[in-house]
Design a protein around this ligand. Structure first.
Ligand code: CTP
Ligand code: CA
Length: 227
């Protein structure tokens, strides 16, 4: 019975999951971050692992601990996350749940930036970070068979997420309505729409663990062996 429990539909399949925020340094003591808790990515990694997958979990500094039984790779920045993802490939599927910082500080200071006694204020210049999801989606060789992105949108959710799917070249986008009226942001539930080449499929509002289990089951339908 114990062995049978390990024998899920994703047994022997390598699945990559990114999760959490990234931290982009300003100087040795300061960084730019976002409010991602890592909860949805963590739940997803756990659900995939429960179906038997070998999960590589590339995570930024999250609030919640990583699940047991997965290979954890901890990173700080978007640049490090891209490197860790590339080092972890190949994989049968890759799911990008991380809230990657869109920008980093163009020139970080290797010393703490001090207040200017004359009172002038520091000005930060930004550089755009690499798009990890788009990079993997558009790989010419060794692309995972299924590439899944997330999109948190506050308005025109389906239109924005459909455009995002096409722009990045991923197979699915899990679109999340985070408009303030939903009260979703920072909570334990999600209201998602799964966007694929089949169109948009709205799921009922449910806990992040249930979103994770349903999504893992759908991934298993596509890449799973006969279990
Ligand atoms: N993503 C990524 N690398 C980035 C930015 C985003 O891998 N540098 C991934 C996220 O993990 C997510 C998806 O792309 O799966 C969509 O992220 P999102 O921030 O919604 O998309 P952006 O293209 O950054 O667009 P926006 O201007 O709406 O932030
Ligand atoms: Ca973004």
């Amino acid at each position: 019975v114990e062995a049978a429990l390990m024998d899920g539909p994703l047994k022997g399949k390598h699945v990559l999951v990114t999760s959490g925020p990234t931290h982009e340094p300003i100087d040795p003591v300061r960084y730019i971050a976002n409010r991602s808790s890592g909860a949805q990515g963590t739940a997803l990694a756990r659900a995939l692992s429960a179906l038997g997958a070998d999960v590589t979990f590339v995570t930024g500094p999250a609030d919640v601990p990583p699940p047991d039984g997965v290979k954890v790779v901890q990173v700080q920045t978007a640049g490090q996350m891209l490197e860790a993802v590339q080092a972890a490939l190949p994989a049968s599927a890759a799911v990008f749940a991380a809230a990657v910082a869109d920008w980093r500080v163009a020139r970080t200071s290797d010393q703490k930036i001090k207040k200017d006694q004359a009172g002038s204020l520091p000005v930060l210049e930004f550089a755009e970070n690499p798009d990890i999801l788009a990079t993997v989606s558009q790989m010419k060789q060794g692309r995972p068979a299924l590439v899944v992105g997330f999109a948190a949108e506050t308005n025109d959710v389906i239109a924005h997420a459909t455009a995002k799917r096409e722009r990045k070249g991923c197979d699915w986008i899990v679109a999340n309505d985070v408009s303030p009226a939903t009260g979703i942001m920072g909570g334990s539930e999600n209201a998602v729409t799964l966007i694929s080449d089949q169109g948009a499929e709205a799921w009922p509002r449910m806990g992040k663990d249930d979103v994770a289990r349903q999504l893992a089951a759908r991934i298993a339908e596509v890449i799973g062996g006969d279990a």
